[in-house]
Design a protein around this ligand. Structure first.
Ligand code: DQA
Length: 146
């Protein structure tokens, strides 16, 4: 199966960006780890980070034609703002898991609303980079569900 991992704005700075909040692991490390784990289970992993909302939307549109079975997405700040990204995921009807490195529920009130959570298969937050690994495991389980 094919799993697409999407990273929203500012996540290209992981490792140096507020390490106390987001950890010291870089995005390259996260992607390499996910790619290796997916490959070991016989799956294909694609990934994209973008600071631009329209590029993430267009990547989601393209995913339908590419036969992407599942999406793991950290929409980053777009979590709290983007009806357009939510609509794109609904438009392609590819199931997805929402991931956040930080526990958004113990941060500022504006981070506690997500445009994604009510339409996600599940949500993982507060577990740092491990959250992506757990989301990938869950995605693979979902894909293999009879
Ligand atoms: C984030 C949480 C968001 O509130 C924030 O805007 C981010 C990262 C996280 O992974 O914890 O950029 O999605």
């Amino acid at each position: 199966a094919t799993i697409l991992v999407l990273h929203g704005p500012n996540l290209n700075l992981l490792g140096t960006r507020e390490p106390g909040v987001y950890g010291a692991t870089t995005l390259a490390d996260i992607n390499a780890d996910l790619e290796a784990r997916a490959k070991a289970c016989g799956h294909r992993l694609l990934h994209l980070q973008s600071n631009a909302e329209h590029l993430l939307i267009e990547r989601i549109h393209a995913a339908r034609g590419e036969g992407v079975d599942f999406i793991v997405i950290n929409p980053a700040a777009f979590t709290h703002t983007s009806v357009a990204l939510r609509d794109a995921l609904l438009a392609v009807s590819i199931p997805f898991i929402e991931v956040h490195l930080s526990n958004v529920h113990k941060r500022e009130p504006f981070r506690q609303h997500s445009y994604f959570s009510d339409v996600a298969v599940g949500v993982i937050c507060g577990l740092g980079a491990s959250g992506y690994r757990l989301a990938l495991e869950a995605a693979i389980e979902q894909i293999q569900r009879p």
